[in-house]
Design a protein around this ligand. Sequence first.
Ligand code: AMP
Length: 284
Amino acid sequence: MQIFQTIADLRQALKLVKNDGLSIGLVPTMGNLHEGHLSLVSSAGKQCDFVITTIFVNPTQFSPNEDLQNYPRSFDVDIKALSSLNCDAVFAPKVEEIYPAGPALDTLVTTPSLSKLHCGASRPGHFDGVCTVVTKLFNLCQPDKAYFGEKDYQQLTIIKNLVQDLNLPIEIIGMPTTRETSGLALSSRNNYLSLEQKQQATILYQSLKNTVKTLEQDSNPIFSELEQVALKLISSAGLDPDYFSICNAKSLLPAKPGDKDLVLLVAANLENTRLIDNISIKLI
Ligand code: AMP
């Protein structure tokens, strides 16, 4: 497995890969890899000839009051995990390599409507940072396919739209969320939680599952009422909910009566840790 820190080295290696006519699969990550990330790498390995995993804690997607400095970093362990998989290359640039003139770029990739909803409402600028760095990684790696987790459903939707709107010749593959047996979605931020808090955090998945059950049983559900029930449940477990939204799975706008293809999105804070989760459902 090759490890690159500079754009020049990465580009030189990828020229050879392209010359050999190999297909490239890209898995962008911020490191501190867990089984969820590794499932993306494994799938890329099955579907592409050459797999690149990027490890980059992107400063432009963090607000000043967020956890950029404390974000868990475990480069050596990540490299070990990746080298035991079918990962061919790791691109782990320093911040200066990606933002040589500093992170405040004059050119941004922005998706103004979707980026204002849900997580974007509480994290202004977050998705501009994500879209800009992902577009840079697409340009640098020129992948045929890129793998993203459904765990970050809004991010996945935004990236799918970005690729379509900008005519990028990249297939975006969404991968299912890997969970602990308790139901808690794996996340690098779970490292911040104590064992007791991890137990508390399972309320997110429970609230999603409860709501799905009601939606499946109720022939005329009132979405706003179900959202309120879920928010109360989350609060009663000691979390501070940000939102619980029953949405149209494509537009991410509030679901309308009659919408069949839905996604339930939730975000909550447990002390200083922001947690998100979601579940998709097709009503019959
Ligand atoms: P991150 O390092 O958190 O930016 O995540 C990198 C990629 O891994 C993103 O596409 C995430 O959606 C995906 N991912 C994170 N957690 C999970 C999970 N539990 N299951 C599947 N994919 C995940």
